[in-house]
Design a protein around this ligand. Structure first.
Ligand SMILES: O=C(O)CCC(=O)C(=O)O
Ligand SMILES: [Fe+2]
Length: 233
């Protein structure tokens, strides 16, 4: 894992403000990705398995981790949060939403717990041929953090074909714009969970964002999602 303090945070923060997403290339070692994939079949790490087609979420399977999270995931969640909270605060400020985020992760997590959101939301996802994830937002209660991350554990073009990461941006009174991304194994993608500000001629307005995954044509695609808020259930 690249040292969190060596990441170019001004660039990342700028990209989040401008586009609603940012890529941290080569953040993880190939071996770290492989170890997380190997853990997929060890049931003691997880609290719940979701077979996506049962809920019409798509086709594939995912598992929510138990607390304590694996050290690498805990390290990323705690270490990225303070770099992202200033971006989230700026968004709320310009949209005139009276929400402000604590500077450190422990305080934010305590707020989640106060609202009965105390279940871990970190998850690992596996998609085989035909696998996909329908467009959604990962909200798990009234307390939310508006930015989340996905760790890409498989290599497109080698481990799988298809399976692009899709973001849609919905501008008021317009049709949705699609953004299609294909990060490499070891990259971390940061993106908007629910909404973000865009500057218009008369100040900032709110655009809603959703994310999902297009159909996998061959192979297996694994990702690991880290969401900063905890869940009610
Ligand atoms: O598999 C992906 O790329 C998307 C995963 C996802 O929806 C999430 O981590 O919230
Ligand atoms: Fe998601």
């Amino acid at each position: 894992m690249e040292d969190i303090k060596d990441i170019n945070w001004p660039d990342i923060q700028g990209s989040l403000h401008q586009k609603g997403y940012a890529l941290v290339p080569n953040a993880l070692e190939q071996k770290e990705c492989d170890q997380l994939i190997e853990g997929y079949d060890q049931p003691e790490f997880y609290r719940k398995t979701i077979v996506m087609e049962r809920y019409r979420f798509g086709l594939g399977e995912y598992k929510y981790f138990n607390y304590p999270l694996p050290p690498l995931i805990q390290h990323l969640r705690k270490g990225f949060y303070p770099k992202l909270a200033p971006v989230a605060n700026k968004w709320m400020e310009v949209l005139q939403i009276p929400v402000s985020y604590f500077e450190n992760f422990a305080d934010f997590q305590a707020l989640c717990h106060k609202h009965q959101q105390d279940k871990p939301t970190a998850l690992i996802l596996k998609y085989g041929v035909g696998g996909h994830n329908t467009l959604h937002q990962d909200l798990y209660g009234e307390v939310y953090f508006p930015i989340q991350m996905v760790l890409f554990l498989s290599q497109p073009g080698e481990d799988y074909e298809g399976g692009e990461f899709v973001l849609t941006q919905q501008t008021p009174r317009a049709q949705s714009k699609a953004i299609v991304l294909k990060p490499n194994k070891g990259d971390i993608l940061l993106f908007t969970t629910n909404f973000r500000p865009v500057k218009g001629s008369r100040g900032y307005y709110r655009v809603n964002m959703k994310h999902g995954v297009s159909e996998v044509h061959s192979g297996n695609r694994y990702t690991l999602g880290i969401i900063f808020h905890d869940a009610l259930s």
